[in-house]
Design a protein around this ligand. Structure first.
Ligand code: TYD
Length: 210
């Protein structure tokens, strides 16, 4: 049985993760590479329930610690019931967000102690580390404009309705995180959709993941 790969896409609002994940999934499908697409917060029944608490409702209803613990609980269930069993069975997985979002949103921007966040995260992910994480980097002014076009703000308002300075901090957090690991790749998300896709493929080939 060939070993599957596990990769994550990260980035701020409107960075184009969903478009790139769809394109990559099609590329892989055309080459008969079976892949499971998933998304955080969510990815399994219990995590989807937790997602509703996190992304809907009043922007100030949870503090950063409660938010992080809920993201972590959702992540742990996602890994325990879906990601780990699938990887163990040789499947490949692409996730739209993973723990780098918690490092960035809850620790770097939210102010939670990094060691604490890292320790809980290590427990939550049960050793399931993505081989590669793509950070799609975009100026938040452009990202927010794109997200608005998609009317993202209508349904799931809680996380996205924060101020520009916050989104700039998120961008900085992802870029800083990328400096800490060769497995985190920053891609300029202001390029065309095709250029970004080509970069993604190039990196996956370079790492011999495809
Ligand atoms: P979502 O509606 O899934 O949108 P997208 O991923 O396309 O931005 O929103 C999820 C929100 O949750 C998003 O604003 C990022 C945030 N988030 C965290 O703050 N921490 C996390 O660990 C995760 C996974 C997401």
């Amino acid at each position: 049985m060939s070993k599957g790969f596990f990769i994550a896409f990260e980035g701020g609002d409107g960075s184009g993760k969903t478009t790139q994940i769809k394109l990559l999934a099609k590329y892989l499908k055309d080459r008969k590479v079976p892949v499971h697409l998933t998304k955080e917060p969510g990815g399994c029944d219990m995590a989807d329930k937790i997602r509703n608490l996190l992304v809907k409702g009043d922007v100030n209803s949870l503090d950063d610690l409660s938010e992080f613990l809920l993201f972590s609980a959702a992540r742990h269930e996602h890994v325990r019931t879906t990601i780990k069993p699938m990887l163990d069975n040789g499947h490949s997985i692409i996730t739209d967000r993973f723990y780098l979002s918690s490092y960035t949103y809850q620790s770097f921007a939210g102010g939670l102690d990094f060691e604490f966040v890292e320790n809980i995260t290590k427990k939550a992910i049960m050793g399931c580390e993505p081989e590669l994480t793509f950070v799609l980097d975009i100026n938040p002014i452009h990202g927010i404009a794109r997200a608005r076009e998609r009317q993202l703000f209508q349904d799931e308002l809680r996380m996205e309705s924060k101020k520009l300075a916050y989104h700039e901090k998120i961008r900085e957090g992802f870029l800083k995180a990328a400096e800490t690991s060769d497995n985190i790749i920053v891609i300029d998300a202001e390029q065309s959709v095709e250029e970004i896709h080509a970069e993604v493929i190039k990196h996956l080939e370079n790492r011999k993941l495809i």
